[in-house]
Ligand binder design. Structure first.
Ligand SMILES: Cc1cc2nc3c(=O)[nH]c(=O)nc-3n(C[C@H](O)[C@H](O)[C@H](O)COP(=O)(O)O)c2cc1C
Ligand code: SF4
Length: 518
């Protein structure tokens, strides 16, 4: 039997030479007449080690990385096909601490299987959840998802089961499932990773959502900046259709469900669910006033479930292992696991799926290994560009929706971006206003005008023009935006600004500091 060599085809691995490496490996195997096949898997999410090559041995998979094309010959000479020792050896993949300390439920197959092999998917537990679902009444599926405690992973943390129940009970000649794959938050990549590394799990999750709510059509709204995910998802949908997972009779049942991939043109606000619907319907992405909720009047005015990729991709394991299994992980009202994306100035950046409850400090100091520059961590932004900056004093905050909210922060899509002590928090506050000004859909005044005024105020503080009254003005502006904006783009921009101001006041008084030093 030929030996399996895994070289990720994930965007993160491709960005650091994954394709060149795979070609070089294929040429070398051929030239040496070796009996081996190369599988382009997804990433395991240990991005500082990409391209990470794995070899299937009798004792399990063995990893090497980061591997360059020029390492191929020495790896083969060291006995790569037998898991031989080499300076790039990482040992047994599952024993690498960054992986070993994770609880992989949603990402269980990511980086393990061949993303487009349905056999591989089935052999690793795929389709069990959907098989169970089609044998159940829709109400029972919704109850199972509700009991699991799953909350939306797109940002707002709304209970998924309750959303599904609303759509199930809504009347309409046609209902829809819309998957939000816009993934616009800075430092996030979990949606992309799953779509590139385990696309069938998303398709399975969407099909379960369809069966549970009576929706027969689904769309994935996928950002244009993800060309590899678009390609993989399109092919996976074709394969699923050919295999009877999608279509008039889902897995031979009486339920019908089909889906397609739609590509967004790229605007942060198009990740907001109602702007997304506008875009999906072919118009400019402008936020709609609520009510009506999308669950009542969504895509084309019909009842629509809108869920994030990770919310939907977490459903198959719940329908496979049961609500109690999933609910057993986590803390408080944050149940199950969350794929945390560690990015920015860190030694070990990547995807870390864990039960809710780990502290920010454990994640940054321990798991991520501190900063890449070796300098002290100054601030951590959790939850994308609208998330608060936390100083080290808040590192004991557990990863839990309520615990973060209690400290004026948010988990959002669970992206963590780390900054060392060279970061200027006034600049970061200015950036938050600027980002909002650039991305604002323009529908409401506090966001459209407030964000631009915010940039001006930040510039005045920087230039030492009446800094104290400008700081008061900035605080006032943040209150207006927080309470007066129509959606969370304007409404949450105050979080990064006010957290920077509260936790790093010295950065907002540069002139005073330099005077005192003279
Ligand atoms: C400005 C803005 C951008 C957003 N971007 C995304 C996004 O990229 N992906 C996402 O899933 N949710 C995003 N959301 C949240 C969605 O509006 C919505 O809550 C989510 O898709 C619901 O799915 P969930 O319940 O599974 O989390 C965004 C919200 C706002 C206000
Ligand atoms: S807060 Fe900003 S993005 Fe949201 S509706 Fe108002 S103008 Fe549009």
């Amino acid at each position: 039997m030929s030996v399996k060599i895994y070289i990720p085809g994930d965007s993160g691995a491709l960005a650091v030479g994954g394709d060149r490496l795979a070609k070089r490996m294929a040429d070398a195997i051929k030239a040496r007449g070796l009996d081996a096949e190369i599988i382009r898997n997804g990433s395991r999410g240990l991005y500082w080690l990409e391209p990470m090559v794995e070899v299937e041995t009798g004792a399990g998979r063995v990893a090497y990385g980061p591997v360059k094309p020029s390492d191929v010959d020495s790896l083969l000479e060291a006995g790569l096909l037998q898991g031989g020792d080499h300076p790039l050896s990482l040992g047994a993949t599952e024993d690498i601490p960054f992986l070993k300390r994770q609880t992989r439920l949603t990402f269980a197959r990511c980086g393990v299987t061949d993303p487009l092999s349905l056999d591989d998917y089935r052999n690793h537990g795929g389709l069990t959840g959907l098989t169970n679902a089609v044998a159940m009444a829709p109400e029972a599926i919704v109850a199972q998802v509700t009991d699991s405690g799953l909350r939306g992973r797109g940002g707002a943390g709304f209970p998924t089961g309750i959303k599904w129940k609303t759509v199930l009970e809504a009347q309409g000649p046609q209902k829809y499932i819309v998957c939000n794959a816009d993934e616009g938050d800075s430092g996030t990549f979990a949606d992309r990773m799953i779509m590139e590394g385990d696309p069938f799990v998303l398709i399975e999750g969407m099909a379960i959502a369809g069966v549970a709510t009576g929706a027969t059509k689904g769309y994935v709204y996928l950002r244009s900046e993800y060309p590899h995910a678009i390609r993989v998802m399109n092919r996976a949908v074709e394969i699923a259709r050919e295999a009877g997972i999608l279509g008039a009779s889902v897995l031979g049942s009486a339920f019908a469900f089909d889906m397609e991939i739609r590509v967004g043109a790229g605007a942060y606000v198009c990740g907001e669910e109602t702007a997304l619907l506008e875009s999906l319907e072919g118009r400019r992405g402008v936020v709609r006033a609520k009510p009506p909720l999308p669950a009542h009047k969504g895509f084309l005015g019909r009842p629509t479930v809108i869920n994030n990729v990770i919310s939907l991709a977490s459903v198959p394991i719940i329908m496979d292992k049961g609500a109690a299994h999933y609910c057993d992980f986590g803390m408080g009202r944050s149940r199950g696991t969350i794929p945390i994306q560690i990015a920015g100035n860190v030694k070990h950046g990547g995807l870390f799926e864990a039960a809710f409850g780990m502290t920010l400090g454990e994640l940054i100091d321990d798991i991520a290994g501190g900063t890449a520059t070796g300098r002290p961590v100054k601030a951590v932004q959790v939850g994308g560009p609208l998330g608060a900056y936390f100083p080290r004093a808040l590192f004991d905050t557990p990863f839990d929706y309520e615990a973060f909210a209690a400290k004026d922060g948010l988990i959002g899509h669970a992206g963590i971006v780390v900054f060392d002590d060279t970061a200027d928090m006034l600049k970061q506050a200015r950036f938050a206003f600027e980002f909002c000004a650039v991305e604002s859909c323009g529908k409401c005044t506090p966001c459209r005008i407030g964000s631009t005024r915010g940039v001006e105020v930040a510039d005045k503080i920087r230039d030492g023009i009446e800094p104290e009254s400008q700081i008061t003005l900035m605080t006032d502006l943040c209150n207006t935006m927080k309470f007066g904006s129509l959606c969370a783009l304007g409404g949450f921009t105050p979080y990064p600004v006010m957290s920077a101001l509260t936790h790093f006041p010295d950065d907002f008084r540069p002139a005073q500091i330099s005077q005192a030093a003279e």
